[in-house]
Design a protein around this ligand. Structure first.
Ligand code: GLA
Length: 781
């Protein structure tokens, strides 16, 4: 998943154009101890999570806030700063609007601003995504306007937004945690004096785990307000300004109403637990004791305060039974999350997941809960900055890339000798700081970009066309009869040239080899380039190699797809010649007819596929060409056929090479004939390295979002000579959807069709991916 800051910055660009003036991140919170104590003026001990909400913001002219959120795609909220009134907005935009309102009510001049939000705090999980949204907005608006508002005041303003504008009567805990917490600490808040102190909280040796029970927590529902009113009534009946003033749980026994008695008992006992836990943390006391207090608090919230929910109770019980030191629900209740203090994390997760599965509940989500820093302005981080740069640059040069693609498409060349295509590539690379070598036995181009010290990465694009007469009617359609870029290699070549241009002006931590390769369509051009030294071209061997392939169907435009292990099949060729003895068709017994024998071989090959190969390691044999005879009344001497054999493992491939000739020979012998079967190995299985495929998937997700990174369930039965590279260098081959707009990926003409069309929109994405794969992989060393 992209970081909230990266997502916000990117959304800002797409919503508003240009770059934000800054990105501010406010974390969600978990709470170690003290639930429903804050509005009773008691104690709480929350901490900030690593997860948060980011606001990418820029000042804008006029008196409006314009807001968009990555969590609410397509919805843009426009807020008139001069007409704000409580209750005016519902939904997510009410929180930032409320902050603008509360800032103004506190006397601060709020500027017009454009803000895009990104988040990795699950909403409704009781982790205070609403406070994070308020605090991110509050920080962004005040820092944009250069207003000096101290953090406790900002927390009070954010709380006011929630209480008085949105209408949720919450306490001060969440906003304080989001704005004031510090990494490695829990925040002890005295909610009467609003004094805070940082309590060292370094759970070394134990783990904190948030279990999102997936039962949605909605604070606006009335139960929270009812609890608050009950507590206030209890305090009144006991003659104290708030329940905080009670220090002895026994005093709550004076309440005659059993419900109020239970409510008060929880608040007073939880206040004590907060102080106890803070004391234990300060004196490096026992985690087991803290765990015990956590579970005790859960029982109190469940039985006395009655804000727990079934999923939380089951999660707590399962976690404790599986060895957790303690666990409890956190937040307002009636849905949301449980916090567990664990030793053996995996065991606890498995136990909770199992308990949920047995009840057919939605699987819980487990999140790390590291005590983190409070709200702050953030940079985007090296990789995010790089990703934004790469995407922007690829988009900026996309018309050049398209021009090159169209020029190559117009003049397609087939096979290993592609002089015109080679000349176009060389012209496109001209002037870039590259070492260029051209092939000897084929018109390849190897370009080497030497950046800083570091390893070598290879990027490959193929250049050749197919013997197809184009029927697309495109303005840049082939002018060469019988030749067409029907497999999209024109896009690969142009994208790779684009990546070379892009990386030439980037800070590259190593060396990139750009492999422009002819003869992919059956000529094994990759093998020839390897023989001519492409893998040693940079001086040392690449640590990784990546290839891209567009598809005119199946994948929606812009979706990438890859998988670990077999990505494409091995493709081999079977040539069979059956030798008989010709004669008159009316007396076949006097001849030795090769035709029925060859036909028997065709069907026997299909039986071989189903009887000799594991159904989970599939094999395809297709006889695509069959030739025999000249006339209906003549038995020929010979019959011949050709088949392609596809397989996905070395075991199947070598079994095919052994079994096919034997079967053909045995059938011929059985009929008193002879036959030859030549099993010619062509392209091996294209095998993606598992780690490299995962890395490619992460890189795609980082560049374009996880929704555009498909993990292909099955390999493709097509074949690729990039397989020769992947036999020697770990790497990944990635497919990219390039289906034109308005066409259905499921029915669009396929690669190799005379009607196949590939959309130019894929060009910038492919270029960006090539470049980003190289940059990230080189940075890994
Ligand atoms: C919600 C509120 C907080 C606090 C908790 C319960 O998170 O926003 O102020 O009352 O519930 O402890």
């Amino acid at each position: 998943m992209r970081s909230p800051a990266g997502a916000a910055a990117e959304l800002f660009r797409s919503c508003f154009g240009g770059t934000a003036d800054g990105v501010w991140l406010a974390p969600g919170r978990a709470n170690l101890m003290g639930e429903h104590t804050d509005y009773n003026e008691g104690f709480v001990l929350p901490f900030a999570l690593g997860q948060g909400i980011a606001a990418a913001a820029a000042a804008r002219a006029g008196r409006r806030l314009v807001l968009c959120s990555a969590q609410e795609p397509g919805s843009v909220a426009e807020i008139d700063l001069d007409g704000l009134a409580p209750g005016q907005f519902t939904g997510w935009a009410a929180y930032p609007a409320g902050v603008a309102w509360a800032l103004a009510a506190a006397g601060y001049q709020v500027p017009g601003a454009s803000i895009a939000f990104g988040s990795d705090v699950p909403a409704g999980a009781g982790l205070s995504s609403s406070a994070a949204l308020e605090c991110a907005t509050a920080l962004a608006l005040t820092e944009l306007a250069g207003l000096a508002v101290d953090r406790p005041e900002l927390a009070a303003i954010a709380r006011r937004a929630e209480n008085d504008f949105v209408g949720v009567p919450s306490g001060i805990m969440d906003q304080s945690a989001s704005l004031l917490a510090r990494r490695g600490h829990a925040l002890l808040i005295d909610c009467r004096s609003l004094e805070t102190s940082q309590v060292p909280f370094d759970p070394a040796g134990v783990r904190l785990l948030v279990i999102n029970t997936r039962a949605r927590h909605e604070l606006t529902a009335g139960e929270y307000g009812r609890r608050r009113a009950e507590c206030e009534l209890a305090a009144r009946l006991l003659g104290v300004p708030s329940l905080r003033y009670l220090t002895d749980v026994g005093e709550t026994g004076r309440l005659t109403d059993p419900v109020l008695r239970r409510r008060a008992r929880h608040v007073v006992s939880d206040d004590q637990r907060v102080l106890e836990v803070a004391g234990l943390l300060r004196s490096a006391g026992s985690w087991a004791e803290i765990g015990r207090l956590l579970t005790q608090a859960h029982v109190s919230l469940r039985d006395d305060f009655e804000v727990s929910w079934p999923e939380a109770d089951v999660a707590v019980d399962a976690a404790v039974a599986a060895g957790a030191l303690g666990a409890r629900m956190i937040g307002g209740g009636f849905g949301g999350s449980v916090l567990a203090l664990t030793g053996a994390d995996a065991q606890v997760q498995a136990a909770v997941a199992g308990a949920f599965a047995r009840r057919s509940w939605t699987a819980p989500e487990f999140l790390p809960a590291d005590p983190s820093d409070g709200a702050r302005r953030v940079g985007l981080g090296f990789f995010e900055e790089a990703a934004v740069y790469v995407r922007d640059e690829a988009a900026r040069i996309s018309s050049e890339i398209a021009e090159l693609r169209h020029a190559i498409h117009r003049e397609p060349e087939i096979g290993l000798d592609l002089p015109k295509t080679q000349a176009k590539v060389l012209a496109a690379l001209d002037g870039l700081p590259l070492e260029i070598r051209t092939g000897r036995g084929l018109s390849s181009v190897t370009a080497i970009l030497r950046g800083g010290p570091g390893p070598v990465v290879l990027l490959r694009g193929d250049m050749d066309a197919l013997p197809v007469t184009e029927e697309t009617g495109l303005p840049y359609a082939s002018v060469v009869p019988g030749a067409m870029h029907a497999c999209g290699h024109d896009l690969h070549t142009a994208m790779l040239a684009g990546a070379a241009r892009l990386l030439s002006s980037a800070d590259v931590p190593g060396t990139v080899v750009f492999m422009f390769q002819p003869g992919e369509e059956g000529y094994a051009g990759a093998r020839q380039m390897i023989n001519e030294g492409v893998l040693e071209a940079a001086g040392s061997r690449p640590v990784a190699a990546y290839g891209l392939h567009v598809t005119s169907q199946r994948l929606p435009c812009g979706t990438f797809s890859t998988r670990p292990g077999a990505m494409l099949a091995a493709a081999d060729q079977i040539t069979v010649t059956v030798h008989g003895r010709g004669g008159h068709a009316s007396v076949p017994h006097q001849a030795a007819d090769p035709i029925p024998v060859a036909c028997e071989m065709v069907t026997a090959l299909q039986t071989l596929v189903t009887r000799k190969f594991d159904v989970f390691d599939p094999v395809v044999i297709t006889v695509g060409s069959f030739h025999a005879g000249t006339a209906d009344n003549v038995i020929p001497d010979e019959a011949r056929f050709w088949a392609t054999a596809r397989s996905f493992s070395e075991a199947s491939r070598s079994a095919l090479a052994e079994l096919v000739p034997r079967l053909i020979g045995d059938i011929a012998r059985g009929h008193g004939l002879t036959a030859e079967a030549i099993y010619a190995t062509e392209y091996p299985v294209t095998v993606n390295d598992a780690a490299e495929a995962a890395f490619a998937g992460e890189t795609i997700a980082a560049l374009f979002g996880a929704e555009r990174a498909e993990r292909a369930e099955f390999p493709i039965t097509g074949a690729e000579d990039f397989s020769f590279v992947l036999e020697q260098v770990p790497g990944a081959f990635v497919m990219l959807g390039a289906c034109p707009p308005g066409t259905d990926p499921l029915t669009a003409p396929t690669n190799h069709s005379a009607h196949a069309v590939f959309d130019d929109a894929a060009l910038a994405d492919g270029t960006a991916l090539y470049a980003e794969l190289a940059l990230r992989r080189l940075a890994q060393g």
